[in-house]
Design a protein around this ligand. Sequence first.
Ligand SMILES: [Zn+2]
Length: 263
Amino acid sequence: MLSKTLLAFLAISAQHVLSHAIISPRAGGPIDYSDPSGKSWGGLCATGQHQSPIDLAKGMDGVLDVERNAITLKWEDVNSASIENHGPAIYVKGPKGSLSIKKKSGDALTWALDSFHFHTPSEHSFDGKKSEMEVHFVHQTGSGKDVSRAVMGVLIDAASGSQKPNQVLDMALEKALLVKKMHQTEKTGALKMAELAATIQAQASLTYEGSLTTHPCDENVRFFISKTKLYVKPETLKNAKEVMKYNARDPTTWTPKPYSFEF
Ligand SMILES: [Zn+2]
C-alpha cells in the first residue's frame, strides 16, 4: 500500500509535469520549458556562472536594494505599438525611452528601451513565492560583443477587489489571442508608458548581475526587480496563459551566489 507521503509526492509530480508542457523550440535557440532549469538548452544556459532568474530571498548576498531616486525610467507614451509572438513569449515593440542609474560618482549609466515581453508564471520569486506573470522591459546599449543590457522586471497578478489593473499591460495583451501562432503580429491601442514608469518607480527595486533567461542566456545583464506589484484583468491573464503556456525558467540554484555590480 502506498504511504500518504508517497501519494502526495506522486500528485505533486503529476502537477509538475502538467504545468510544464513542452513548447516548440523558439527561433535562435532551443527553449524547451519541459526542462525549466534551462540546463539542457545548452551554451551559457548550462555553463553560465551568473544565471537568471533567482529567488529573491531576504538579505541575499549580491542582491542590492536600489533607492527610488537612484533609478530613472523615462518611457514615452505611444498611440500604438506592435505585439509579436516570438515563440514562447509575446513581445511588444515600439515604445521608446530609457533606464538610467545614478552612480555614486555622480555619473549616470543609461540604456535605451528596446522592447518588453511576458512570462507565465513569473520567473523571479520572493522567498519561493512566484506571481502569475512577469514582464521584462529590456534596455540595451552597444551591439554585438559590446552589448550591455538592463532589464526591469515586474511581477504581475490578476486584479481582485480594489486592485487596479494596469492600462499598458491590459492593452498590450488585449489581442493576445490573435497572435497564437509564431511570428503573428497585431497592433495595440495607445499605451500610457509614462504613467507605467511612474507606477514602477513609486517603490524601490532590487538589483543583481544576471543573464537573459532565454537561450542563449547571455550574461552581463543588470537585472532590476521592482518592489511594485502590477495587476491585469483576470481575462488578460487567462488569454496570456493560453498563448504562452508555461514559459518561465526556474530560479537558478546551481550557480554561485549572484554578484552585485558597482554603482
Ligand atoms: Zn524575459
